[in-house]
Design a protein around this ligand. Sequence first.
Ligand code: URA
Length: 432
Amino acid sequence: MTVYDVIEAKKRGRVLDGEEIAFFVRAVADGSASDAQIAAFCMATLWRGMTDEECFRLTDAMAKSGETCARPDVAGVCVDKHSTGGVSDSTTLVLVPVLAALGVPCAKYSGRGLGHTGGTLDKLESFPGLRVDLTPAQFEAQVRAVGAAVAGQTKNVVPADKRMYAVRDVTATVDSVPLIASSVMSKKLASFADVILLDVKYGGGAFMHTPRRAEALARLMVSIGRAAGRRMCAAVTCMDAPLGDAIGCNAEAREAVEVLAGKRNDLSALSLFHASKLAAAALDISEDEALRRAEEALSSGAARAKLAELVEAQGGDARYVYEPQRFAFAPGVRTVRAAGDGYLRVDALALGRACVELGGGRKKEGDEIDRTVAIFLQKRPGARVRAGEPLAEVRYNAPSEAAFTLIDGAFRVAGRRAVRPLIYTYIDGKEN
Ligand code: URA
């Protein structure tokens, strides 16, 4: 068998067997398959698709392509939440302290932002001094002491996905249901969480534009996880517009702190929704009771105190949790105003890209991020606005015409209100 044979078979739409898939994934991981061959395989898969069985095999082979993360030796059910990528989505920074305050251990490996979507690790590093490169021993000790830790996964976890994802990113092959499902789930299976909640985004700022495609992806990932013995659930949620009111690392870290201090918006609503599902599963209580406890953890300040503990344990400056005015923003200010009277529409994808153009995100792995770049929404999508009213404030160091054009185009005023539901559907893995 050769890599060429596997590509040829997929090109012709044949179902690949376990041996062929394992052979191909080994060749990706050990470098014997070229980038061109990986690209051809991914494009053939995007067009020809995969059966669920093939996708299970691909996920399993990818999960076994490198090291796995050992489960920290902590009592209780370990939970994890994974989002397929969004704009102004700092739910992890809210959810982890809420769950930790409820006594649910949160041992979470997170990622960095790439493309128009933000990454939890980048936002956490906005607390000056905070480290995300914890050793497994430090990670475990912190989960025992604080009840929560958020760190970067070691370099050697799922190396096959690292190569495949890098190739997909530049060959227009990201938006394939089996490729996204295997990419996400291989990383989850190489980790240890007992209960996994997937937040699968739909809409203009997501890989899946329609809720039905997002639901198909969610159901496939839930069945992959269940087949591997994990307790799974998934929410299909809207990413037409930014989830919160802030875009950019410092801006999103500050907004997470504000939510922990009482601010209520879609970001807090989705964080509470996720918290209720995960706490119910981990503590074996009803979702109503879990929601009540999660709300109490927010209103009592217990979750905020947990974030302060986490930040301090990871070497960060915890004063930022209680004095969010410490977060710095770039001096350049541009105000976006409504072009006419009507109902506001806000394009998450354009704003995510604009943030990258201004230096607030990465164009390629390893790029430095300017965490003081920010876009603050002053009106929510669907709001009735009048011509000339301020809609958003942009903060920048280096002006960028490309970014300003994206931002101006991202705010549209229409005659009809059009806001799709934040939570389209919830899939409880027990029923899948
Ligand atoms: N996130 C991933 O980890 N992989 C994908 O393919 C898409 C989103």
